[in-house]
Structures are given as C-alpha cells and as structure tokens.
Design a protein around this ligand. Sequence first.
Ligand SMILES: [Fe+2]
Ligand SMILES: [Fe+2]
Length: 165
Amino acid sequence: MLKKEVLDRLNEQINLEHFSANLYLSMASWASAQGLAGTAKFLKEHSNEEMEHMHKLFDYVNETGAQAVVGALKTPPNEFKDIKDVITQTYKHEKFITSKINSLVDLTLTQKDFATFNFLQWYVAEQHEEEALFSGLIDKIEIIGTDGRGLHLIDKELGTTIAVG
Ligand SMILES: [Fe+2]
Ligand SMILES: [Fe+2]
C-alpha cells in the first residue's frame, strides 16, 4: 500500500515523464520543419522512451493497489533558436528531471517505502545515462560547429544515435 505522500509524488512524476515525451515530440517536429531528419528521428525515438518511462510508473502505481492519475499537460515550447539550443534545453530538462527523481527517492527513504525506493533505482540509473548522453552531444556540437557542413554532420550523427533506456 502506497503512502499518500509517495503516491502524490509518483503521480507527479507520471505527469513529468509525459510532459518530457511531449517536449521531445515538439522538438522533433521543429527539427523536421528545419529539414533536420536525423535530429527529428532521434528526438521522436527519445519521446517514445519518455512514454515508456511514464507507463512504467503508471503500471507500478496501479500494481501497488493505488490509482495512477493522468493529469493535464502544459504546452511545450515549439520554437527554438537552433540545434544547439534544442540539445542544450534537453540537457537542462533532464537535469531538472534528475532533481525530481532524487527528491522522490529521498522521500521513499524518509517514508520507509523500500519497495518504491528499489523500483526507482532504474530511474536513477536512467537519468545518469541521459545526462551523459546530452552533455556529450553538446560537446560534439561545440567541436563540430553548426555552420553548413557541421550542421549536416551533427544531423547525421543524431540520426544514428540510439536513445537510451
Ligand atoms: Fe524519463
Ligand atoms: Fe529523459
């Protein structure tokens, strides 16, 4: 049986993962409109991963005898300066998600909810992977540059980059 404090935060996390999926989908649409097919593919795949993160939490809550709540989502941004802006924003967003996961893990410890603590370890590892992925991409963009040929190379690279988790 989930304690109310933990249940409320799990439901909030469901909403955050769902928003992440929409944010990356919106970015994929922007990339597609810019003719950046590789980037669009990468971001769309990443959006699907976030939907899986959402479903995993959703199933956990329902399996634990509580009711997962599907809440309202705010509209994600749909205008971006350039590809570097998009990847920088994903990195910033992932760091925010990591902070939310960490505070949720902290709550499970103070509430002595060890089953949820254990369940959330997957998300702790996942956030580490995602931060490493996006910060690595920013480094690459800085090295390659985004003028003409550089932009083409980055787009090609992103098209073959596998979304983690
Ligand atoms: Fe996620
Ligand atoms: Fe993520």
